[in-house]
Design a protein. Structure first.
Length: 188
């Protein structure tokens, strides 16, 4: 189970970000070209290009050069095997976001990995930071505050001197996030 949980956390970090999920949801299983993807996602050209490059580096999609395509109407980008798996996860994330009525909230970078960490009984700031590894303290603090404002995470002060806080998912977010984790784990 530990290995599967690590994969879930890595997947949530890879898929985390404003445009990754919309791109995965928009790209056809047969591939797509830049302009139709831009139209479907509504992303600015520079932002879409940056995200497509990042997704190619992550192994989610493959860019096919004009020489490889041999025809201008053939797809520029196709999903890799990993990309198809992540697309299934993106579909599950989108459904969960609709259930909690907050699509943008789950699309924001780090929100989903943070909530999965809390679900995995990492309830202290340092425990969450250690589990996510590359998140900065400033980013983690900002995201936890935002999740608290959106009523997705509760914060309890356990001790005043020194200040010790504990984080937990709220009643509104616990079941959808737990179900989302189960849905994603069932895909792999």
């Amino acid at each position: 189970m530990e290995q599967r949980w690590k994969f879930l956390l890595e997947l949530s970090k890879d898929i985390s970000g404003r445009w990754t999920i919309p791109i995965l949801l928009s790209i056809s299983l047969n591939g797509d070209r830049f302009t139709p993807l831009q139209t479907k996602t509504g992303a600015a050209p520079a932002r879409l290009s940056e995200n497509l490059k990042r997704m190619c580096q992550a192994g989610l999609i493959k860019h096919i050069s004009p020489y490889e395509r041999r025809h201008p109407l053939l797809p520029e980008y196709i999903l890799t095997e990993k990309g198809v798996l992540y697309r299934e996860a993106a579909i599950a994330i989108n459904k969960a976001a609709e259930r909690i009525n907050s699509v943008d909230l789950l699309y924001k970078q780090w929100n989903l990995p943070i909530m999965f960490s809390i679900l995995n009984n990492k309830d202290r700031f340092q425990e969450i930071k250690n589990e996510l590894q590359i998140i900065t303290p400033k980013m983690l603090s900002g995201r936890l505050s935002m999740l608290k404002e959106q009523n997705m995470v509760d914060k309890a002060i356990l001790s005043v001197t020194p200040i010790i806080s504990s984080y937990s998912l709220t009643g509104m977010s616990y079941k959808p996030i737990k179900n989302l984790a189960a849905d994603i784990l069932s895909i792999i």
